[in-house]
Design a protein around this ligand. Structure first.
Ligand code: SAM
Ligand code: SF4
Length: 329
């Protein structure tokens, strides 16, 4: 079992996109009320007085769309400047990134993952549920702004959906050839849009690798992250290709993370809806941070037993009630 030292923090459950696989249009989403969100102060207390003392040193800010969180730059600065913070990163859809990238960098953020499911502006708008002005270009500008500033590694996340964007896998993989960009293909999970999942299903990482191998060859990268991705490289490419295969493989033995939702629920595993603990209510009820550390330690202790293998038995239907935007994907 890996050491669990990595916390994914959802800053907000709202989003300016409605990606088909995450927050499909028409889905009733109960957004967290403002007063239920962890405040900046509460979040920092939890990080400093609960998570760091029990061994967390690496943090990722996510959502929903983290760049929609008011004062996100100040939050980044506060977390980045904690002496125990060894790593701070963010997962964003990139739409608001271009004008914010410099301030985020100056505040201490050095790593971003940007979701980019398509290189075709029309397909992109279709995936993100946009019927207004085209949005792809602004995201592309965000990616370039981050690249110019030197965010490193710069990762591009792609959720592959059969018949929607899988025909672009080679084009997306080719982005890693000339630039030090790291494209990560994520297997589509039955979270968020079970109907789309039922209709389209998912493609295994191995099938994607096979397509890429046939075109360019593929070598296993020497760079092995400590996350769930299997990392490969097109021979001679500057960047890498990561494959996150939570549907076709079990990587629970190398899982190093927990997730904190924007309303303060701590989840021991992405798909575990039964063992999470409500840190915000406890904090507001005046429970001491020393006691909260104990609760987190207890959760860490049971984490190996409640892992992702339960993915289809975790709920009666095999379908999960909270979307990735709510959990903090
Ligand atoms: N809004 C930000 C973004 O899109 O990058 C951060 C939050 S989003 C929930 C984090 C990641 O979860 C994204 O890379 C997204 O593609 C992924 N995701 C959401 N729903 C998913 C699903 N059903 N299956 C696989 N990945 C999913
Ligand atoms: Fe928003 Fe990210 Fe979910 Fe897309 S994947 S709807 S950008 S939270």
């Amino acid at each position: 079992m890996n050491q669990v030292d990595y916390l994914r923090i959802s800053l907000i459950d709202r989003c300016n996109f409605r990606c088909q696989y995450c927050m499909p249009e028409g889905a009733e989403l109960d957004y967290i009320l403002k007063q239920q969100l962890l405040t900046d102060k509460e979040l920092l207390i939890l990080i400093e007085e609960v998570f760091i003392p029990v061994g967390f040193t690496r943090f990722r800010l996510t959502g929903g769309e983290p760049l929609l969180r008011p004062r996100v730059v100040e939050l980044v600065k506060a977390i980045a400047s904690l002496p125990q913070t060894q790593d701070l990163s963010m997962t964003t859809n990139g739409f608001l990134l271009a004008p914010m990238a410099q301030n985020l960098y100056d505040a201490g953020l050095r790593r971003v993952n940007i979701s980019l499911d398509s290189l075709d502006p029309d397909t992109f708008d279709q995936i993100i549920g946009n019927r207004g002005r085209p949005r792809w270009e602004q995201v592309w500008q965000g990616i370039h702004a981050a690249y110019r500033l030197g965010f490193d590694p710069l990762k591009l996340n792609v959720v592959v959906i059969p018949g929607v964007n899988d025909h672009e896998v080679l084009d997306l993989a080719a982005l890693t050839i000339d630039k030090q960009w790291h494209v990560r293909f994520i297997e589509f999970m039955p979270i968020g849009n079970s109907q789309l999942f039922g209709d389209r299903s998912w493609i295994s990482s191995e099938e994607l690798r096979q397509r890429i191998r046939e075109r360019w060859g593929l070598t296993e990268s020497q760079v092995r992250g400590n996350g769930p991705a299997d990392v490969f490289q097109i021979p001679g490419a500057k960047g890498t290709l990561g494959f996150i295969s939570q549907m076709s493989e079990c990587f629970c033995d190398r899982c190093n993370r927990m997730r904190l939702s924007a309303d303060g629920w701590l989840r021991p595993c992405l798909l575990n809806e039964t063992d999470q603990i409500d840190l915000k209510t406890a904090l507001r009820a005046g429970i001491s941070t020393i006691e909260l550390r104990e609760q987190v330690r207890n959760l860490l202790a049971i984490k190996p037993d409640i892992n992702f293998k339960q993915r289809y038995s975790g709920t009666a239907t095999g379908v999960y009630t909270r979307t990735m935007s709510q959990i903090g994907g």
